[in-house]
Design a protein around this ligand. Structure first.
Ligand code: BGC
Length: 521
């Protein structure tokens, strides 16, 4: 294994595999475990330490796998348990650790428990695993409270006998009741099931969900629910104090498998509230989403770094940096798309990988993949349907990865059809073309990851901000790495020393606009 010790994850680079879109091993146009297995060598050569694989469990795919019908099996579209075991063995042999998603907050409406709940009467033990309530108003015809679903519309759906059930996401994703010991025990069983097979850890979906306030009071009304935005203390759907008891149970299981870890998807922007998830008996890591949401602007980026570090200060956790994932527009696109977006994305990669702590890459970051504008007919995200076309959803950032060749599906699949269409004109974006080009995004990532893993300049936690020209960010890591990012409109002088790596040509001794450099004295 690349990084040794039980806390191998403290400075690891994780690579998020959005399983539907990474590599298709059986020609049906949907990525799968066999396809991923065939690309492990690429990931090892890229230089990442660990993978996070998004849900591959049996699912009706109302939310592309985040609606789990059985958390302890493999969806046939993605393979089977033998294929998973083979993937795990191959990855470990190559020194890559494997972490997988768990989705505790809700199940699929096709989960055996939810079917049993629908078949059972109000007040039954079957219904007590979920959040069923009587409605308000005459005949209980109004939902039990005013909570909106994150995907649009109310967070409640009525069943034929008149009760309502809670779903913070789609109606096909009923929320579980974590006040019910059976629910917690089942989560522990799921964790042990995968840990016994040998996984190295988990990404906990909606890790700030799960607990609901007593009495389910109305929340502060809001016009725009905003996917997983943090709406603060008035939003009773998330970040309830009771959630920490669940994290302590998760951690107790992990502690009985030394060397395993969990990262939480915690959309909580207040530094102190986020820190509560990182107490010694809770999550080892929580995504710091501030870089993912920051504008390409010096104050915003600096604040993102300062607050992400402040949130983990005083906790045992390192910071955990994310530029893109499967829920948000990709950073090439956020930063302006085209040449401008790509140029900035190169600089952002050096920022992310220079920062102390953990980095999560999203598949395709290393190729500089942009979002793709899809025609209405191609859209599949429940957000598109639930918002009745008002919001286009997340398909644009989930396009399959282009591997080789000059036509869709660019080596992603043996056929040309893919679950989301791939555009024309992506030849230069393919992994194959970029491997042959020393100036490509992929070559930049390879060089950066090799330096990060091998150079003592990256050692030590924390950073010291350095004086820098107006519109620039500069810091020094304890090991000696000096980082400079130029967000001003004119070139600036490079710091004294040897340039280890730069996001653009710096032979003139100056760092151009929207570029970054790694320097050692
Ligand atoms: C996942 C989303 C998913 C949602 C519901 C999120 O945090 O990242 O893709 O739709 O949870 O499970």
């Amino acid at each position: 294994m690349g990084t040794t010790g039980t806390d191998w994850w403290r400075d690891a680079v994780f690579y998020q595999v959005y399983i539907r879109s990474f590599a298709d091993g059986n020609g049906d146009g949907v990525g799968d475990l066999r396809g991923l297995r065939g690309r492990l060598g690429y990931l090892r050569d890229l230089g990442v330490d660990a993978l996070w694989i998004t849900p591959f469990f049996p699912s009706p795919m109302a939310d592309h796998g985040y609606d789990v019908a059985d958390p302890r099996d493999v969806e046939p579209v993605f393979g089977d348990l033998d294929e998973f075991d083979a993937l795990l063995a191959d990855a470990h042999a190559l020194g890559l650790r494997i972490t997988i998603d768990v989705v505790p907050n809700h199940t699929s409406s096709e989960h055996a428990w939810f079917r049993a709940a629908l078949a059972a009467a109000p007040g039954s033990p079957e219904r007590a695993r979920y959040v069923f309530r009587d409605g308000r108003g005459p005949d209980g015809a109004e939902p039990p409270n005013n909570w909106p679903s994150v995907f649009g519309g109310p967070a409640w759906t009525r069943v034929p006998d008149g009760q309502w059930y809670l779903h913070i996401f789609a109606p096909e994703q009923p929320d579980l009741d974590f006040g019910n010991p059976e629910v917690v025990a089942d989560l522990e069983e799921t964790l042990r099931f995968w840990l016994d097979r040998g996984v190295d850890g988990f990404r906990i979906d909606v890790a700030h969900g799960m607990a609901k306030p007593a009495g389910l009071p109305d929340m502060v009304p809001m016009d725009d629910t905003g996917l997983l935005d943090d709406h603060g203390p008035g939003d009773h759907r998330f970040d309830q104090d009771g959630v920490h008891a669940v994290h302590r149970r998760i951690r107790a299981v992990l502690d009985s498998y030394p060397g395993t870890m969990a990262v939480g998807e915690v959309w909580v922007s207040d530094d102190d509230r986020l820190a509560r998830y990182l107490r010694p008996d809770e999550l080892q890591l929580a995504f710091n989403f501030k870089l993912l949401t920051a504008e390409w602007e010096p104050t915003a980026l600096r604040d993102a770094v300062v607050h992400s570090l402040a949130a983990v200060d005083g906790t045992p956790a390192p910071a955990c940096w994310v530029l893109s994932n499967h829920d948000r527009p990709r950073h090439v696109t956020r930063y302006g798309d085209g040449e401008l977006g790509t140029r900035r994305a190169r600089a952002a990669a050096l920022l992310q990988l220079a920062l102390p702590g953990v980095a999560y890459l999203y598949n395709g970051d290393e190729l500089g993949m942009p979002d793709v504008d899809l025609p209405d007919a191609a859209l599949q995200d429940p957000i598109w349907f639930r918002s009745e076309g008002a919001e286009r959803g997340r398909d644009a950032c989930r396009i399959p990865v282009p591997w080789s060749g000059s036509e869709p599906s660019y080596g992603f699949s043996s056929g040309s059809g893919t679950w989301l269409p791939m555009p024309e004109g992506w030849t230069a974006l393919t992994a194959e073309a970029q491997a042959a080009d020393p100036a490509s995004m992929q070559s930049l990532y390879r060089a950066a990851l090799a330096l990060r893993a091998g150079s003592p300049a990256f050692s030590g936690e924390g950073l010291e901000w350095l004086p820098s020209p107006e519109g620039c960010l500069a810091f020094r890591r304890p090991g000696g790495l000096v980082f400079l990012l130029n967000l001003s409109s004119a070139p600036v002088p490079l710091p004294e020393g040897t340039v280890l790596l730069a996001s653009t040509d710096v032979t003139g001794g100056e760092l151009p606009t929207d570029a970054a450099a790694w320097v050692v004295a």
